[in-house]
Design a protein around this ligand. Sequence first.
Ligand code: TMP
Length: 212
Amino acid sequence: MDQLTAQFISLEGSEGAGKSTAMNVITALFEDWQVPFIQTREPGGEGNAEQIRELLLHSDHLEAKTELLLMFAARNEHIVKVIRPALAAGQWVISDRFVDASYAYQGWGRGLQWQTIEYLEQLVVGNTQANLTLLLDVDPELGLERAARRSEKDRIEQENLRFFENIRSGYMQRAKAYPNRIKVIDANLSIDAVKLQIENVLRDFKSDLLKV
Ligand code: TMP
């Protein structure tokens, strides 16, 4: 598949949606297709951005606007130092979360204005947009139950059910607004059923690329 332009894929969903499993499914497919790729995450994916992640997830309290600005500060480091160079070198990029998370969490979750997020998106992301986004949609109650089994909660995971319901609505609005890019995966189902949906989306994505 090295005749294809490197693609940027992001993975989204609220807590306990199964992003790690999804990441494994995608990387296994890419290995099978012999696509050169890097796997990264937000907030983080690069030294300074990982330090900002630490602050975002483990400080006591952050003002909503501070949280938004830190997400974009980390994203700027990540895009400039990791994502753009990888794509330019022909490597596909799979990022565990990207800019849709800022709309869902800081917009819908924290209630910050769209225009502010859009402004930051233009400033930081520009046209380095994901070509495909897999949105793992899960009932927040089920997601939180799964996440609770896994590890100690970070600052954002400690929010209440209502917050995660708003995030789910935010993500679904994004999916409606960008139906070509954002593909919704029903993550309430069994791991095998989720895997199958992801593989199907990626196979369709690849065959569309080959058609162009
Ligand atoms: P993770 O636990 O999925 O790695 O994500 C870290 C947390 O950061 C998660 O609760 C979602 C949140 N987040 C935002 O609130 N806004 C963003 O823009 C990003 C990328 C993540």
